[in-house]
Design a protein around this ligand. Structure first.
Ligand code: BGP
Length: 478
């Protein structure tokens, strides 16, 4: 997987993961429970459930993820074998500060990531680290209702400063919040802002008001800007990025009303957060949006200065699908965190996500035209039902096609003039799905023998180590 024509020298190729979906070891070496440890498994049709207490007979798929905690060496070696020169991963906040508001960090947690980063470096792999990927210590949910509380800003700053100081010589590329713009959506209060204090029940019933969501986002913008400023002031070698879930939408028809409806959806979904994080101030359309949605932000003295002083260095995003928006009858499609309209020109994955490689080229051009800073695609991939053949192989030609078509789209965008730094495929090794908690929704180039009922092939070691079945279905990057 070397750099090919059309991509610059030094282009990053690799895979992306998140601690809560990968690591396991949820209660070892001083780690505190994270919000995701309270999510049960679900399916495409049945939402995950949240429980306030960890119930003894219930399966919580994130508890052991795919046990990267005990297997990181072999996993990273497999990434190196595939030619990765970048590995996107996140730090589990509750491994470093088990409660989130602790005085002192947990040394065993810090030591774990030392080992992971050293292992990456030994393989010539650059880590790209997300500071908060859809998780926080559950104690912060219970005590402060997540990002609803302004106090989270200070806790987040302390956590980030701790890991910046510790890994100053091991990590250069950092992202503050994963898919921060999902905080604009009703479901975002579950994954992104964790405002679910005391909530038990199906994820689809964990609602929040626009006022709550946008206030929480304001806290996150300030927190992100402050840690970016801290990094810039102390570690000039660091590069800090945002991370947006880019849900490209098209106007359903050429009816100007559809075009306006789509513009407004694109602003809310895709531009609102990055306009703040890239430019350092709220966009001109924000005031009207707040007014029409009964949002009245509490902005404290110094917040707006913080936003200005903490703008990011590069823009990153996930890209899986596109949708359509219109004022006429539009049939709803499935998607990650959102439900847009069905586009009759596109095919969908097993989970109903509409596959649109041309949309990636379009998105890259739109984003770059708007911001003119380097871009990175830090998530893209295809969740599918993979069939393991008798000889252990998997013929995932659909995934290879998906990958090829999106790489081609990126090459076109680079030729269009977009400054593209890299690409990390989502889930290079099978992991727990964020949306559904399933294992059978697989993204991996590497197969992991773990299943939704919790079964897995065990070796004869204690602690139930997972038997991995790496496949030789490597993807050719051309
Ligand atoms: C993104 C999240 C990831 C990841 C991915 C795929 O929205 O940032 O954490 O999970 O979607 O989604 P899923 O796991 O639901 O298939």
């Amino acid at each position: 997987m070397s750099n090919r024509q059309g991509f610059p020298e030094g282009f990053f190729w690799g895979g992306a993961t998140a601690a809560n979906q990968l690591e396991g070891g949820w209660d070892v070496d001083g780690r505190g429970p994270s919000v995701d440890d309270h999510f049960t498994g679900g399916t495409k049709d049945k939402p995950r459930t949240i429980t306030v207490d960890i119930e003894p007979d219930v399966l919580y798929p994130n508890h052991d993820g795919i046990d990267f905690y005990h297997h990181y060496e072999e996993d990273i070696a497999l990434f190196a074998e595939m030619g990765f020169n970048m590995f996107r991963m996140s730090i589990s906040w509750s491994r470093i500060f088990p409660n989130g508001d602790d005085e002192q960090p947990n040394e065993l947690g810090l030591a774990f990531y030392d080992k992971v980063f050293d292992c990456c470096r030994a393989h010539g792999i650059e880590p790209l680290v997300t500071l908060s990927h859809y998780e926080m210590p559950y104690h912060l949910v219970e005590k402060y209702n997540g990002w609803a509380s302004r106090e989270l800003i200070g806790f987040f700053e302390k956590y980030c400063q701790t890991v910046f100081d510790r890994y100053r010589d091991k990590v250069r590329y950092w992202l503050t919040f994963n898919e921060i713009n999902c905080g604009t959506m009703d479901m975002g209060n579950l994954f992104e802002t964790s405002m679910i204090r005391g909530f038990s029940g199906p994820a689809s019933e964990a609602h929040s008001t626009p006022q709550e969501r946008y206030q929480a986002l304001h806290h996150q913008f300030v927190a992100s800007a402050r840690v970016v400023r801290y990094a810039h002031e102390n570690y000039p070698q660091f590069k800090l990025g945002n991370m947006d879930c880019f849900i490209l939408s098209y106007a359903a028809t050429c009816d100007p009303k559809d075009v306006l409806a789509n513009e407004s959806e694109m602003r809310r979904m895709n531009w609102y957060c990055s306009d703040v994080q890239v430019r350092g101030y709220y966009p001109s359309y924000a005031k009207r949006f707040w007014r029409e949605n009964d949002i009245s932000l509490k902005i404290e003295d110094g917040d707006l200065e913080d936003l200005k002083e903490g703008t990011i260095d590069f823009y990153t995003f996930s890209y899986y699908m596109s949708s359509i928006v219109g004022t006429h009858d539009v049939k709803q499609a499935a998607g990650n965190m959102t439900f847009g309209g069905v586009n009759p020109y596109l095919q969908s994955t097993d989970w109903g996500w509409q596959i649109d490689p041309d949309g990636l080229r379009f998105a890259l051009n739109e984003i770059y035209d708007r911001y003119q800073i380097p871009l990175m695609v830090v998530e893209n991939g295809m969740g599918a039902l993979d069939k393991v053949e008798e000889d252990g192989s998997i013929h995932d030609t659909y995934r290879i096609d998906y990958l090829k078509s999106h790489v081609r789209a990126m090459r076109e965008a680079a030729a269009d003039g977009v400054d593209l730094m890299g690409y990390t495929w989502w889930g290079p090794i099978d992991l727990v799905s964020a949306g559904t908690g399933e294992m059978r929704k697989r993204y991996g180039f590497i197969y992991v023998d773990k299943h939704d009922d919790g079964t897995r092939h065990l070796r004869a070691q204690p602690q139930g180590l997972l038997l991995r079945l790496p496949e030789d279905h490597q993807v050719e990057w051309h």
